[in-house]
Design a protein. Structure first.
Length: 661
């Protein structure tokens, strides 16, 4: 734990400062508005699409994936063989719903995924999810929506908070945020460290050859992150910010424990998972009614994957053993011009560019390089037709160009190139917002969104099981949705949202078996349909009592090949919670989550349905000091997000929190 001493020193400094800080302003965790990307017609105060820092802390959600799981239409999943924490948004995976930080894309160039467990929440102000109908200003590949992690921005001359915690599995967490706003200038800094040696399995888990129960094998992790930001606001309209993020991670890879004979047990680990980002964001007013916003970024990702012979993790002599190294980087940016024709009409135009380079090699092999350039031109129009009716429309034209694609011929020990390939796609969308009355809004939207095939989709041999297909074209989805949002009762104490949606997928990239010599290939052969409903409620019954719930239903149909199942998404998901303040310094939280049975393999293997009950309490010791503790999986249920990869049984956490009073 090489960073713990530094963080402990910072925490002690903050705690000592808190003893004499009664006159200091409280931490507001202001949202960094430059980092937002949002269809302005949809600015209703909806906690059903956005997770605030206060809510993440209340539910003790330490990583982005578990925080996102609080929302309706979001499914927490696990890529078991790779030990990656991911989410699905209305059935779409992270290749189709990319992840952004302050509007800057951070997904991995090679396969479009990102391990959300590596993205801790200590430095965030909010997390926003747009489903289906999302702003075309995000850029390409938002076929199923977008996830934007928005960082903090200070409001006061001095803002701080620090956390020191322990949890089951020899886990410890340390973080410190410090921010200062001097009027025209502001500074924000964060350091966080999260470490866990293992996690406890449920007492109901039955030992197998690869797992003897008790504590989970090879489940260790450590994540360090530093996030720095400096900003300048010369006036009320203009703003310029420079940000730097450095992440360093290490993780194990727990072995398979299930009964599927088609799954090969892997003995993997990840000796490093490092990410570094530098970005510049700006907004400049032009005249009385126009502005220009710019995002520029450079992002680098390095990691390694080692495969071993057996559970000793010491030798690498068998044919499937290897040491793989990956060195990726991306750079790019976008410029957006906005003009206000009238108080009720705004037009935005944007240009977008992104370069992705992926480099990989196994130990003893030459490095090969693959690279793409992606371009986009987008228009988005916001029009208030009258005091009740608003219209939003958008379109974008996207182009992906292949720059390099190298293939290593093992038998000949030489590198050759795939043929270059380009692909273009058009996106169109429109939405109507109608205010039925004060606090009640009806929304109708339609959107055609696309996703380009990733480098891995086009060129990977899938460990010798597949044939590459450089000519893959973009997938497309047509989203139709009707939504009702309301804030009812006195002071809007009851908030609710109901959604009905259908997504028709065409040109879907699917696996086609036995293309040549028993090998499969990814091809644009599929058409599918996702449809479902969501219902969300939040009720502040009294000052001391709050209640909430959400329900998600989805039906996924493979129209061309019904025998191939969609994986990792349960048809039904229910989440309920209640907060109770029996005394002013004490708040108690109780929550429960139900997930229906889900497919883990496209050929029908499933993970069983499960119910989780969590409870926690937070006590205010001093105006600047709080203590939070809780029990997750209170009933110690054995459950799996993917068959053969058990999750944590009953586990505990305790956190000391210091911040401005």
């Amino acid at each position: 734990m090489r960073y713990s001493t530094l963080l402990l020193f910072l925490l002690e400094s903050v705690l000592l400062a808190g003893q004499t800080a009664d006159s200091l302003p409280s931490l507001t965790s202001s949202t960094f508005e430059l980092g937002e990307v949002l269809v302005k017609a949809n600015r209703m105060n909806d906690t059903f699409h956005t997770i605030s820092v206060a809510r993440m802390e209340q539910f003790n959600r330490l990583q982005a994936s578990t925080a996102l799981n609080l929302l309706p239409g979001v499914t927490l999943a696990n890529v078991g063989p790779r030990n990656e924490s991911v989410v699905y948004i209305r059935g779409f995976d992270l290749r189709q719903v990319p992840v952004f930080i302050d509007g800057v894309p951070v997904y991995v160039p090679y396969d479009g995924y990102v391990d959300l467990a590596r993205f801790t929440t200590a430095d965030l102000s909010s997390v926003r999810v747009d489903k289906g109908f999302s702003s075309v200003l995000y850029g390409p590949n938002t076929m199923g929506g977008a996830i934007n992690l928005v960082s903090r921005k200070p409001d006061k001359k001095l803002e701080y908070d620090a956390r020191l915690g322990i949890f089951s599995g020899e886990g410890q967490r340390l973080s410190a945020n410090v921010g200062s706003n001097f009027g025209q200038w502001y500074l924000q800094g964060n350091l966080s460290y999260l470490e866990q040696v293992t996690f406890p399995l449920s007492a109901d888990f039955e030992p197998v050859e690869t797992e003897d129960g008790g504590n989970r094998e090879k489940a260790g992790r450590s994540d360090f992150k530093i996030n720095l930001k400096a900003g300048f606001r010369p006036n009320d309209t203009d703003e310029y910010a420079l940000g730097y993020v450095r992440q360093e991670g290490v993780k194990g890879n727990p072995p398979y424990t299930g009964t599927d004979p088609n799954v090969r047990i892997r003995f993997w680990d990840w000796p490093f998972w490092n990410k570094e980002s530098l970005y510049f964001l700006s907004n400049t007013q032009i005249g009385q009614s126009s502005s220009v916003s710019v995002r520029l970024y450079y992002d680098r990702f390095e990691n390694a994957l080692f495969s071993y012979d057996d559970a000793t993790y010491t030798t690498q002599e068998r044919p499937f053993a290897f040491q793989s190294f990956y060195d990726d980087y991306a750079y790019g940016g976008n410029a957006r011009f906005s003009t206000q024709f009238s108080p009720s009409h705004e037009l935005q135009a944007a240009v977008y560019f992104k370069h992705d380079t992926h480099r990989e090699n196994n130990l003893g092999e030459p490095q090969r390089r693959m690279a793409d350039n992606t371009f986009s031109i987008a228009l988005e129009d916001q029009l208030s037709l009258n005091s009740r009716l608003r219209l939003s429309s958008g379109m974008s034209y996207n182009l992906r160009s292949s720059i390099a694609a190298e293939d290593y011929l093992v038998d000949e020990n030489r590198i050759v190139s795939f043929e270059p390939n380009d692909n273009a796609a058009l996106n169109l969308q429109a939405g109507l917002w109608y205010d039925l009355s004060k606090g009640q809004t009806l929304r109708l939207t339609a959107a055609r969104k696309t996703r380009f095939a990733t480098i891995k989709d086009r060129y990977s041999y899938r460990l010798g099981r597949a044939l590459p297909n450089p000519e893959l074209e973009a997938e497309a989805a047509l989203h139709l949705e009707v939504s009702y949002q309301a804030r009812l009762l006195k002071d809007g104490r009851l908030s609710l949202e109901a959604n009905l949606y259908q997504s028709n997928l065409s040109n879907t990239i699917q696996q086609v078996d036995n293309v040549q010599g028993g090998l499969f290939q990814l091809q644009n052969t599929g058409s599918s349909r996702f449809r479902g409903a969501e219902l969300s409620l939040a009720y502040q019954a009294a000052e001391y009592l709050g209640l909430g719930a959400n329900y998600s239903y989805i039906e996924q149909e493979n129209l061309d090949r019904p025998d191939i199942r969609f994986t990792n998404v349960p048809p039904h998901k229910v989440f309920v919670y209640g907060t109770f303040k029996p005394l002013s310094p004490l708040e108690v939280l109780l929550s429960a989550e139900y997930n229906d049975r889900r497919f883990s393999q496209s050929y029908g293997v499933t993970a069983d349905a499960f119910t989780l009950v969590n409870t926690s309490a937070e006590a205010t010791i001093r105006p600047w000091l709080r203590l939070q503790g809780g029990i997750n999986n209170l009933l110690d249920n054995h459950y799996e997000l993917v068959e053969g990869f058990p999750e944590a049984g009953r586990n505990f956490f305790l956190t000391l929190i210091a911040q401005n009073p």
